[in-house]
Design a binder for this molecule. Structure first.
Ligand code: GDP
Ligand code: IMO
Ligand code: MG
Length: 420
């Protein structure tokens, strides 16, 4: 069977850490969407690792790691990642499998991403500039190139045709660029990738499932960045919800058993777009500093705010979350008060639902205030050791959303985890 791990907020909930913690129970970890816009951090043995495209099961020797068909792969980024992981002693050739149907991010996709963001000016999405949206646009527009195409004789011709269209687009946006430098690295990376296992991953994964192997599907980004249900247009270009695991790996819905939904004890967002419970003030700054809230991929400071229950309920509904995982509660230690947005006031009416446009500025978050907690939570390993005020906070959240919080992460390290 297949279990799914995904983020319930705007990304960076701690998916990488949690996948790494859960991997010993699984035979396979498979990424199902997104690309190198993701930055998944793992910490163990005093070292920190950031993965962008490689699944977060890679540091466990027994584990098969699959980059699914729903992922967009930048050969240049993936080469860098493989080299970094290999330097730590991981045998990537043995444990990494790449779907032949995953789409390729070309150098011109990155340029088009930058050009269209520049063109949007102050209305820009604040993308990671990794070429994600242009690559998915070509996929949906039926003109994309797939990993399997890299191996075919017609590769160069197809590449040139696609690039010619991108060049026209770049010219129309008056974007200046020098493609030659990027292309050299791209072709080198394409050759490099040919030594890895490029496979039909839907047969491979279903075969493993039928043999009783346990699969953990790893999501990227978060539910509020989902292309359909996120705060459109300030979203990413893929389905980040549980449904994305089916289309992004080729597994049937009945195969999915547990859905682990991760949320931070507060909220963050990187990039533009609505964030009702944002604290653009000293409190937000304190959360950012204590939580080291800077993007794992771009280094950008993350916007910070309080936990938002209407969006959390929405995310749980969309994903069919069976188990909740709360991360970063240790960061709030020392706060006198911790607030939770419980509902919104929209045009004078209380609502617990997400309106069509979250960005209209008519949405006033309604807060409940909780007494904060103290002490170093990162050394605690039993739920009963956690401060009573924190447990009250968790009880409230759990009561409001009706799904058990089964794991509490109290620090970035593998070991800093409490399983109830
Ligand atoms: P992901 O994209 O969901 O994998 O999350 P990121 O890796 O981008 O961001 C999460 C950050 O928080 C990383 O720096 C993690 O090492 C760190 N982290 C994860 N869980 C915890 C936790 O429970 N407490 C603290 N203090 N840090 C955590
Ligand atoms: P992980 O997997 C946080 C955000 C970008 C931007 C929007 C669109 O680490 O949680 P894109 O480059 O996808 O076109 O950018 O989505 N974004 C993320 N924010 N975590 C991520 O991934 C993100 N991936 C994209 O900041 O607002
Ligand atoms: Mg991240």
């Amino acid at each position: 069977m297949v279990d799914v791990v995904l983020g319930l907020q705007w990304g960076d909930e701690g998916k990488g850490k949690i996948v790494d913690v859960l991997t010993p129970k699984y035979d396979v970890v498979a990424r199902f969407q997104g690309g190198p816009n993701a930055g998944h951090s793992l910490e163990f043995g005093g070292n920190k690792y950031v993965l962008n495209t490689i699944p977060s099961g890679i540091f466990h020797e027994h584990c098969i790691n699959i980059i699914g068909n729903g992922v967009v792969v930048d050969p240049v980024q993936l080469k860098k990642e493989i080299e970094k992981a290999s330097a730590t002693g991981v045998n990537i050739k043995k444990s990494l499998y790449i779907s032949e149907k995953a789409h390729v991010i070309l150098p011109t996709h990155r340029l088009v991403d930058a050009a269209s963001e520049a063109h949007k000016g102050e209305h820009k999405v604040g993308s990671t500039l990794r070429g994600i949206s242009p690559a998915y646009q070509d996929k949906i527009g039926r003109s994309g190139m797939r990993i399997g195409d890299l191996l075919s004789a017609g590769f160069m011709q197809k590449y040139q045709g696609t690039v010619a269209i991108h060049r026209k687009l770049l010219d129309s946006l008056n974007y200046e660029y020098n493609l030659a430098d990027h292309e050299a690295a791209f072709f080198e990376a394409v050759e490099f990738l040919k030594q890895f296992k490029i496979i039909n991953s839907e047969y491979f994964i279903n075969d493993l499932i039928s043999k009783g192997k346990k699969v953990l599907a790893e999501g990227a980004q978060g539910t509020l960045l989902d292309i359909d249900f996120g705060s459109y247009p300030f979203v990413t270009s893929s389905n980040t919800i549980t449904g994305g695991a089916c289309s992004g790996l080729g597994i049937a819905p009945q195969k999915i058993e547990k859905v682990f939904g991760i949320f931070k004890a507060y909220a963050t967002r990187v990039g533009n777009g609505p964030f009702p419970s944002e604290q653009d003030n000293a409190t937000g700054e304190k959360i950012r500093t204590l939580g080291h809230e800077f993007g794992a991929t771009t280094g950008r400071p993350r916007r910070t705010g309080w936990l938002d229950l209407p969006t959390l309920r929405y995310a749980i509904m969309l994903n069919g979350v069976s188990d909740l995982i709360c991360t970063k509660s240790d960061v709030l230690s020392g706060f006198e008060e911790v607030l939770v947005c419980d509902a919104y006031k929209i045009n004078g009416q209380l609502s617990k639902e997400i309106p069509f446009n979250m960005q209209d500025g008519i949405l006033e978050p309604q807060y409940k205030t909780f007494k904060g907690w103290d002490g170093n939570l990162s050394v605690m390993r039993q739920y009963s050791e956690l401060p009573e005020t924190f447990r009250n906070y968790m009880d409230f959240v759990q009561g409001e959303i009706g799904v058990p919080i089964n794991v509490i992460s109290v620090g970035p390290d593998r070991e800093e985890t409490i399983i109830r």
